[in-house]
Design a protein. Structure first.
Length: 36
């Protein structure tokens, strides 16, 4: 039986002039996202 792993991430936490994290880079590797 094949094992399945869901790689989840919180993205969209940046606001206004503040850039937090590298959401664009992370999206290449995750399979689901929580978008704020």
């Amino acid at each position: 039986m094949a094992k399945v792993i869901d790689l989840n991430s919180d993205v969209g936490e940046s606001f206004a002039a503040y850039k937090l994290g590298m959401d664009e880079e992370v999206l290449k590797y995750i399979t689901s996202a929580n978008i704020a």
